[in-house]
Design a protein around this ligand. Structure first.
Ligand SMILES: NC(=O)c1ccc[n+]([C@@H]2O[C@H](COP(=O)([O-])OP(=O)(O)OC[C@H]3O[C@@H](n4cnc5c(N)ncnc54)[C@H](OP(=O)(O)O)[C@@H]3O)[C@@H](O)[C@H]2O)c1
Ligand SMILES: Nc1nc(=O)c2c([nH]1)NC[C@@H]1CN(c3ccc(C(=O)N[C@@H](CCC(=O)O)C(=O)O)cc3)CN21
Ligand SMILES: [Mg+2]
Length: 288
């Protein structure tokens, strides 16, 4: 058996094509393009890949991206002032603060300052609270992208057992909530979970959001399970070349899993796409 490939990149392109048409239709009424502001502080390799891809996609769709790259020495007060400025800027529909922030800066405090209606990342407590309550809101991009990949792949979580490895606010927790909403029976595993491989082997749908290169091997997989790899890790291969890998040992899972996302080309491109979709949604609402 060879696992079916869940092609996040192709799905992302399809959704972005639709967004491009939607933007072109809305723009004459609005008199401006949708605007996305990205605040990046210091240097983080996973963030850098994300920023690059967002800027490229914004351009492709006819959106304006307002990038702000600050040195790691930026202060909490400076960042707060920038957020307030973006909240007040009528050309900005979406605001995203790249996480993690450098040592000494308080990301949670900063997220609180973002206008919840411009919170394209869905990380403000108002949006996370609505997600918990099952109400409409701007939803975290990576989890929303995972749900789209499952839907597009014809994989209905209802009645299935899902295991999410990782419990971050950015990824693990909101994915678990969305799978629950889709009627899966959900387990959240983390660094204190004993016998992780046995817990994962129970899963019909396994989501890895850990940040440990190739950690999930064949012994973690129930034959035929769906495997979603959220991890983005930069490693150096035997020849000394830099390479992007997930948390899942993709090559060794191919003849065990039923369906699997690759890295690159899986969840990453869908995260970018859901961010753009959230920004367009906020643009549509702001000017309706
Ligand atoms: N593809 C995308 O679009 C996308 C988006 C966001 C993030 N990412 C990537 O996804 C990964 C996770 O990101 P994150 O922000 O969620 O990271 P994070 O905040 O560091 O959270 C990692 C989680 O994994 C758990 N963990 C760590 N080591 C473990 C182990 N040995 N066994 C079981 N659980 C373990 C941690 O458990 P504790 O809570 O107990 O510490 C924590 O809950 C990273 O590689 C990141 O770059 C990708
Ligand atoms: N506030 C915030 N929200 C996020 O979603 C987020 C952060 N911060 N910080 C960094 C992580 C990592 N994220 C990523 C990382 C990579 C891609 C991405 O586009 N990956 C592509 C290509 C990578 C490449 O080859 O350069 C992929 O195919 O996986 C997307 C989101 C999103 N993440
Ligand atoms: Mg990916």
């Amino acid at each position: 058996m060879t696992a079916r490939l869940l092609d996040g990149k192709a799905l992302a392109e399809k959704i972005q094509d639709r967004l491009k048409v939607e933007i072109a239709e809305l723009q004459p009424d609005r008199g401006r393009a949708p605007g996305l502001a990205v605040l990046m502080v210091g240097d983080n390799p996973a963030s850098a890949a994300y920023v690059r891809n967002k800027e490229r996609a914004c351009e492709r769709l006819g959106m304006v991206s307002f990038g702000q790259h600050l040195p790691a020495t930026a202060t909490q007060a400076e960042l707060t002032a920038i957020i307030h400025q973006l909240n007040a800027d009528p050309n900005v529909d979406g605001i995203l603060v790249q996480l993690p922030l450098p040592e000494g800066l308080d990301g949670n405090a900063l997220l609180l300052e973002i206008d919840p209606d411009k919170d394209a990342d869905g990380l403000h407590p108002a949006n996370l609270g609505r997600l918990v309550r099952g109400e409409p809101c701007l939803r975290s991009c990576t989890p929303a992208g995972v749900m789209e990949i499952l839907r597009d792949g014809g994989i209905d979580p209802a009645g299935k057992k899902a295991v999410v490895v990782g419990r971050s606010i950015l990824v693990g927790k909101p994915i678990a909530l969305m799978l629950l909403e889709a009627n899966a029976t959900v387990t959240i595993a983390h660094s204190r979970t004993p016998d992780l491989a046995a817990v994962c082997r129970e899963a019909d749908i396994l989501v890895a959001a850990v940040g440990r290169p190739l950690m999930i091997g064949p012994d973690y997989i129930k034959p035929g399970a769906t495997v979603i790899d959220v991890g983005i890790n930069r490693i150096t291969d035997q020849t000394g070349k830099g390479k992007l890998v997930g948390d899942v040992d993709f090559d060794r899972l191919l003849d065990v899993a039923g369906a699997i996302t690759p890295v690159p080309g899986g969840v990453g491109p869908m995260t970018v796409t859901m961010l753009l979709a959230n920004t367009v949604e906020s643009y549509r609402r702001r000017l309706a």
